[in-house]
Design a protein. Structure first.
Length: 145
DNA sequence: GCCAACGTTGGC
DNA sequence: GCCAACGTTGGC
């Protein structure tokens, strides 16, 4: 799960009440589908994007599976989408809980790993803010921590 | 700030 | 349905 640290960082999540937040504002169909594929208690890496040192910075846990994203209903919200209604919600979010901050694993480090070359995060033109990871990739990255 | 990649919009 | 225009993402 990717976030720009200037808008929401792993530190922000750690400082949140009960260290949990809805992961809302996702407005891409493919990313939405990945959110909906998440299951209660799944773990995810928290990735800092669009910053001086992009990379994995921590681990979060899904503590509530996909439910309608209220920010799409709010006209004053930056992520408002009039095409998403309470009766027919188009966008969804999950709740994530802070698990830990980990050693920073830089994007460059991930790119240097031969066994991670097929990682979705590393594919050309990837722009999804939420994406799946294989158990093999997860295990390989855990060895850095 | 630049630029490549990609998604969305809307005219036709 | 095609495609140009535009907006966004995100590494560098």
């Amino acid at each position: 799960m990717k976030s720009e640290p200037t808008s929401f960082s792993i530190e922000d999540l750690a400082k949140s009440p009960q260290q949990k937040e809805p992961w809302d504002g996702v407005r891409n169909y493919q990313a939405r589908n990945f959110l909906q594929a998440m299951r209660l208690d799944d773990l995810a890496f928290f990735y800092h994007s669009n910053c001086p040192n992009p990379g994995i910075v921590g681990i979060v846990q899904i503590i509530k599976s996909a439910y309608p994203d209220k920010s799409a209903f709010d006209p004053s919200d930056h992520h408002y989408d009039p095409k998403s209604t309470i009766d027919k919600p188009r966008w969804f979010c999950v709740d994530v809980k802070f698990v830990n901050k980990c050693k920073h694993v830089a994007l460059a480090t991930l790119k240097n790993q031969a066994n991670l070359s097929s990682m979705r995060l590393l594919q050309r033109g990837n722009r999804l803010s939420v994406m799946p990871i294989t158990s093999e990739e997860w295990a390989a990255i855990m060895k850095f921590l």
